[in-house]
Design a protein around this ligand. Sequence first.
Ligand code: PLP
Length: 384
Amino acid sequence: AIRLAKRLDEVGFSDIVQIRNKVMALRAAGNKVHSLHGGEPYFETPEAIKYAAIQALVANETHYAPSSGIPALREALAEKIRTKNNIPATVDHIIATVGGSQALYGAFQVVLDPGDDALVFSPYWTPIADLVRGAEARPLLVPTSTARRNGITATLTQFSTPKTRCIYYNTPQNPSGVVFTRAEAEEVAAFARERDLIVVADEAYEDLVYDGSHFSIASLPGMAERTITCYTFSKTYGMTGWRGGYAVAQEPFMTALRKIVLYSTNGVPTFIQHAMLHALQTPESETAARLEEYRKRRDLLVAGLNAVGLECEPPAGAFYAFPNAEKIHKNSRTAAEILLEKAHISTIPGSVFGAQGEGHLRFGYAISIPEIEACVEALKAFLH
Ligand code: PLP
């Protein structure tokens, strides 16, 4: 009989795929579905970025490139990382990856040995636990709300084990919208330094902060040496399908990450790197204008949710609302099913993001304003 490596036995498939399939089935049956299960920007990739890719194709930028990324892109990224994120970095500390996903995959692969533990602030972006398990390690879920209430250091101490090697630190956080403060980052950093832990920082939503400001943990003293920071072009530039991302790290991480990228994809498609380079030249004003668009959507949805009794704090960042949904059903999976079947609103059950997400539903608001208004109307009709 065919036998596969056991390595993937503990790795699951995201439940989000099943929800997407149900939505498609409802639509195929002629229903209008209010889609709030997704996590994609409301706008298309800007024309200038598309033209940069087309121009690169025409100029035959279709050959093998250095596996870690074309020098011009890495130079531009190093500059961005130094000036915007305040992380000390040169081109040698940058690697282009196939989305933030490959950066995160690589980070856990290079950090974790079989039997190791990884602290994961929870609720967390669903793939993280599987990426940790794929490295034959164990995710230790750290309840974010408890940590913020009772103290980060005390909570990390409570959940860590002698086998703990790293901390997954995502800010702004998907699905909760939590934006950790600088003081909180300092506590996580102090804990990491004291216990000699590595930080895997996920800053996919760095440009989507409404309240407070984004702070990169690797900018703190002694942290650039022990942090792998992962970024993506997906959310800021509306480039989810391009699969552009990058990681920032020092040695010995970088050499190890280079091996992962070399032997998995041998780099990001060359013409796409040219589009990424162009995206980096987007004027600040454009990104700022989009942030205000997102803010309008957030305020509209959060007001609507609270109006029907789905209690929701305004999320400080990213583009998800994460209300308590026990009014619909205590079990978030059932709540999501009821909402989809009865009100034709697609959301993601909180339990998908770890036990700490139970009782909640994730509503993605990176959609058009009329779509949000229609969703709020449907919620009112269903819950009143
Ligand atoms: N990190 C978080 C928290 C995310 O939500 C996502 C995408 O949804 C990613 C990383 C990776 O995005 P991508 O692989 O599209 O770059």
